[in-house]
Design a protein around this ligand. Structure first.
Ligand SMILES: [Zn+2]
Length: 303
């Protein structure tokens, strides 16, 4: 009897080999205000593992294309709008953190597009910066959403979000999880967006360990061997001094990581796309088609 059971287990693993028969899932982690030089210079062991196991660019773009209708301020509102809708300000309409002229009815959060192609999709959004769920996610239907509105500061918020994501990954089977962590940006505005600023560097280390906790939670899933997870990381903007919003290289130049799942291992891409590449990247990993009518700006990244 024992021998027969072992035989069945071996067959199951062999059938899953290569990922073709595994269920597809994506975890997208948005790290607010993480500058490229800080990612490269501060100790980030969890993100280093993801980079080694995937494709990275340190020359991706926030702020649209300079001098064109797509140029947008390097602020959180326009940035997260581009990351989540796949288009720039000429389409999503968000010029600052006020969301007054948002056109999410025409260019919705990509969760709406995932659901268009797969009505049964389980979609989750956990964010420290509330407007992402309150304003952008309002254009789509999510199965689970969490934002610690009462957290005293963004560090407490990030801890609460990380704990909620870890619990979610242990209890549920989401197709796509979006996470936003905010404390690096908060410390950048206080101490400076620079790996040389101790408070900023310390926040980068903390967020890296939170990224590690979430990735560990995926690997710990009882069904992990039957699942194929893509992990995507990016940021909404860099920073210059204690500010961002303008078009300096320090504010515009960002990173994108696509790791695990169907990502190409060990590749560094230069130059990179805009962070509008996130939605098509997730769609491709999920095996879902992108319609031309959506007006998305970018091709998938790193797959
Ligand atoms: Zn931001």
């Amino acid at each position: 009897m024992r021998r027969l059971l072992l035989f069945i287990v071996t067959l199951t693993l062999a059938a899953c080999d290569g990922g073709a028969s595994k269920t597809k899932h994506a975890l997208v982690i948005g790290i607010d205000g993480l500058r490229v030089d800080a990612l490269q210079q501060v100790s980030t062991p969890a993100m280093d593992v993801l980079i080694a196991d995937g494709t990275v660019t340190y020359e991706a773009i926030a702020g649209g294309e300079l001098g064109t209708v797509t140029e947008q301020r390097t602020l959180s509102g326009p940035g997260w709008s581009s990351i989540l809708t796949g288009v720039w300000v000429d389409k999503h309409g968000v010029e600052d953190n006020g969301f007054d002229d948002a056109r999410y009815d025409e260019y919705p959060h990509f969760f709406a597009r995932v659901r268009e192609k797969n009505p049964a999709a389980y979609l989750s959004s956990f964010v420290t910066w509330g407007p992402i769920n309150d304003d952008i996610l309002a254009s789509a239907e999510a199965n689970a959403a969490f934002s610690p509105q009462d957290a005293g500061n963004s560090a407490e918020g990030d801890s609460a979000v990380t704990a909620a994501v870890v619990a979610h990954l242990a209890a549920e089977t989401p197709d796509v999880v979006f996470v936003q962590l905010d404390d690096i940006d908060y410390q950048g505005h206080r101490a400076g967006f620079s790996p040389m600023a101790p408070e900023y560097a310390s926040a980068v280390e903390t967020v890296d360990s939170q990224v590690g906790e979430m990735v560990d939670a995926i690997v710990a899933r009882p069904t992990y061997s039957m699942e194929d997870w893509l992990v995507v990381l990016t940021t909404d903007h860099g920073g210059n001094g204690v500010l961002h919003g303008l078009q300096s290289d320090e504010e515009r130049t960002i990173f994108i990581i696509a790791s695990g799942g169907s990502a190409v291992r060990g590749r560094v891409v230069s130059p990179g796309p805009g962070h509008t590449a996130v939605p098509p990247t997730v769609m491709k990993h999920l095996g879902l088609e992108v319609d031309d009518a959506w007006g998305w700006e970018s091709e998938p990244f790193g797959l």
